[in-house]
Design a protein around this ligand. Structure first.
Ligand code: PGA
Length: 264
């Protein structure tokens, strides 16, 4: 599976016109990059339909798709404000982000995350589950404590997933995103590639042993930018990057995509 560069736009930009401009600028700037890299752009729900139409008009050499930033577990009905996996698919959305720390911070529980994962996988979406510790003390036991936290998160979020068919489980991607390293929390200080790699290998072991996912794909997220992206993507064990802030700046994001294309 080629590497992934996943753009999480969060609640940006402020208007549809700006979103279309940003998406067009990104796609135009990468249209000559010939690579197996998978590019995914996840804008707010309200821009998905227009951006999907825009994507169709661009002829790109790399594979680009759209993702949503959330999904609900029921298919339809009296759930005001929610959006189902089927509704996303009917637009042409391929990926959905589940369990981002900013949603957990607003009250999203592991139980909710688990229901969303199962429903979205059953519907045929590719899901990107975000896990990661909130803080790190940087003492000797810091990584051990972080691993315990992430293991618990995976156990809760992925409960029951072993009962799904293997082909369906293959659509599960995980992002290790230490919350303290997200640019808005850290003023741009990412985890080190070595420590991210160690955690990612640990996550892959858990996915293999507890959930029977043998070829898992695990990304890194948290203050990835044009300067540090290469140090993460050149590591074989890191299957891609989840990019927030830097994905809103087309010039910088192009550098990130170019780096991704070299290691895809
Ligand atoms: P950041 O955000 O790249 O701005 O740190 C990543 C994320 O929260 O998805």
């Amino acid at each position: 599976m080629p590497k992934i560069v996943f753009a999480n736009w969060k609640m940006n930009p402020g208007t549809l016109i700006e979103a279309e401009k940003l998406c067009a600028a990104i796609l135009d700037s990468v249209k000559n990059i010939d690579s197996k890299l998978n590019l995914v752009i996840a804008p707010p729900f309200v821009y998905l339909a227009s951006l999907l139409n825009l994507l169709k008009t661009k002829s790109l050499q790399l594979k680009a798709a759209l993702g949503a930033q959330n999904v609900f577990w029921e298919q339809k009905g009296a759930f005001t404000g929610e959006i189902s996996a089927k509704q996303l698919q009917s637009l042409g959305v391929e990926y959905v982000l589940i369990g981002h720390s900013e949603r957990r911070h607003l009250g999203e529980t592991d139980e909710f995350v688990n229901k969303k994962i199962i429903a979205a996988l059953k519907a045929g979406l590719k899901i990107v589950l975000c896990v990661g510790e909130w803080e790190r003390n940087f003492n000797d036991d810091a990584l051990i404590e972080a691993k315990d936290f992430v293991k618990k998160q995976l156990e809760l979020d992925l409960e029951g997933i072993r009962n799904l068919e293997l082909g369906i489980r293959d659509n599960l991607f995980v992002t290790y995103e230490p919350v303290w390293a997200i640019s808005t929390n850290s003023s741009g200080k990412s985890d080190t590639p070595e420590s991210a790699k160690e955690m990612i290998c640990f996550i892959k072991q858990i996915l293999n042993s507890l959930f029977l996912i043998h070829n898992s794909k695990v990304l890194y997220g948290g203050s990835v930018n044009a300067e540090n992206v290469e140090s993460f993507l050149k590591l074989e064990e890191i299957d891609g990057v989840l990019v927030g802030n830097a994905s809103l700046k087309p010039d910088e994001f192009r550098v990130i995509i170019k780096a991704g294309s070299r290691y895809a």
